[in-house]
Design a protein around this ligand. Structure first.
Ligand code: F6R
Length: 260
């Protein structure tokens, strides 16, 4: 696990975007796993800037979103289908036909989830997965006690997650109770993981995920088992880390050939 602690939230977006851009530059048809929510917004903003300035071409990139709400229409402004189209596909000049979001509206959700995992496999697997983390340690919408072996499936959102996401909706009651999310097993199949977190409300989750015991009580702790996981956080999100000075020392002394 590589832990990168940066002074500001803007630098988190900048450095994480460089890592994603490096993958796309090496493989223009890369499969990128797409998170929603506030955490990756700076990454998408940086990548969009690179596309505008002509230093990045994302038109052949393939994308798979992590999750989707169940119970709201596809054209609802807060459906992740809408958010991915508006915040990622359009600004990055991606081909919408190459980007998929789990189907939270299917008549047979179980079959749709199996088909989603199959589509990721058929695409050759995710090359690089962008992740945020919930204040309760969830990744995707794998809430605490999710199985480490889980695949894409329907889940009940934890009350804390619904409260945290109420800011995106007109009223807290409008936040869906259910979602479809890639499983922890699905996420762990990605070749590289890049998790970003900003702000002190993520400090406990980051400390538990990075330095705590690997436990389904903190689903993000499964990243300790991934061979290529990079955690990029600002000082506030890093404030609960015991070995923060060591992570900074390691990053400052990173060999040039390993930098991105
Ligand atoms: C969203 C997702 C979630 C969020 C997490 C943090 O696709 O998978 O795990 O990353 O809830 O959300 P924000 O970034 O809004 O704090």
């Amino acid at each position: 696990m590589e832990i990168i602690i940066l002074p500001t939230a803007a630098e988190v977006g900048h450095v994480a975007a460089r890592k994603i851009a490096q993958t796309i530059t090496r493989k223009p048809t890369a499969v990128v796993g797409l998170a929603t929510g506030s955490s990756p917004q700076a990454i998408y903003g940086e990548l969009a800037g690179m596309v505008r300035s002509g230093t990045l071409d994302a038109h052949a990139v393939r994308g798979f979103a992590l999750d989707e709400y169940v119970g709201i229409a596809e054209d609802h402004p807060q459906s992740y289908a809408s958010v991915i189209r508006h915040d990622v596909v359009e600004p990055l000049g991606m081909n919408p036909d190459l980007v998929r979001v789990p189907d939270g509206r299917a008549d047979d959700i179980e079959a749709a989830c199996i088909a989603y995992d199959e589509a990721i496999r058929t695409a050759g697997g995710v090359d690089i997965q962008i992740l945020g983390i919930g204040a309760n340690g969830h990744i995707g919408f794998n809430e605490p006690t999710s199985s480490f072996a889980s695949r894409t499936r329907i889940k009940t959102l934890a009350p804390r997650t619904r409260a945290d996401n109420a800011r995106f909706f007109d009223s807290p009651d409008d936040v869906p109770t259910h979602c479809v999310t890639q499983g922890l097993g699905t996420i762990m199949d990605a070749r590289q993981l890049v998790l970003v977190a900003q702000g002190s409300n993520k400090a406990d989750a980051i400390a538990a995920a990075v330095e705590g015991p690997v436990s389904s009580l903190c689903p993000g702790s499964i990243l300790q088992f991934h061979p290529h996981a990079t955690i990029v956080v600002d000082e506030a999100a890093a404030s609960g880390l015991t070995l923060a000075d060591y992570y900074k020392y390691t990053y400052d002394n990173k060999p040039v050939w390993q930098r991105f």
